[in-house]
Design a protein around this ligand. Structure first.
Ligand SMILES: NC(=O)c1ccc[n+]([C@@H]2O[C@H](COP(=O)([O-])OP(=O)(O)OC[C@H]3O[C@@H](n4cnc5c(N)ncnc54)[C@H](OP(=O)(O)O)[C@@H]3O)[C@@H](O)[C@H]2O)c1
Length: 191
């Protein structure tokens, strides 16, 4: 069965974004979890999908223009993700959204659709976010691996990744890497 692998960039106090949901401490939205060789699909929540589509469409079409969230020119790793992500299907978990600008993007309407997607043949699936979707899919037992990049700051006011988690779940630490600027990359298998 394909694995569903969540990746999130969080603060040390477990926030995935400021009160508006934006992780304004993140300077690049590249896929920094080392997932590209093993995935061939992305899954996103309906909350983040419109911004994701806008961000990566802008990067693909105008790679020399500062990106709207970071305000900085795209990094080489962001350009790599812009190219890679254009070639793989995206699945958006939403009961309300009905249209996307991207080809090769379709909607999943509930948890059963995600379980069915994991049963289809293929490589692993990257759960890109956002916070509520990641927490609810972990809670539902659908996420196999959690990759976090912990940024060295206490974000204070903001949206907590596991604010809505109901179930206790053991995690098995599989890898730890110290990254530049005091970031730590953590890989956990979810029991
Ligand atoms: N720090 C990071 O690494 C990181 C990564 C990604 C995103 N983000 C941030 O996360 C924010 C978005 O997160 P969010 O929590 O607001 O929204 P989200 O998780 O992207 O999306 C929530 C929406 O997904 C749908 N959904 C979730 N669970 C569902 C279920 N069980 N069944 C059916 N639909 C379900 C619902 O859409 P409907 O209402 O349409 O049904 C729900 O409103 C963005 O601001 C983005 O910048 C941060």
């Amino acid at each position: 069965m394909r694995k569903l692998i969540a990746g999130m960039k969080i603060s040390i106090d477990g926030k995935f974004g400021n009160p508006e949901g934006i992780a304004d401490w993140v300077d690049a939205w590249s896929e920094d979890y080392g997932l590209m060789p093993r995935i061939d699909a992305c899954l996103l929540g309906g909350g983040m999908y419109p911004g994701y589509e806008q961000y990566w469409t802008a990067l693909r079409n105008e790679p020399n223009t500062p990106a709207w969230v970071t305000g900085a020119a795209p990094t080489p790793a962001e350009l790599e993700w812009a190219r890679f992500s254009a070639q793989i299907p995206h699945y958006v978990l939403s009961s309300t959204l009905t249209s996307t600008l991207w080809p090769n993007t379709s909607f999943l309407r509930g948890l059963d659709d995600i379980a069915a997607l994991k049963q289809q043949p293929g490589k692993d699936i990257y759960l890109v976010g956002g916070g509520r979707t990641t927490a609810s899919l972990i809670d539902a037992g659908l996420v196999d691996e959690l990759r976090l990049i912990a940024y060295p700051l206490i974000a204070g006011e903001g949206q907590a990744l596991f604010a809505t988690a109901d179930h206790r779940r053991g995690l098995e630490l599989r890898d730890v890497q110290q990254r530049q600027d005091g970031r730590v990359a953590l890989t956990y298998a979810i029991a």
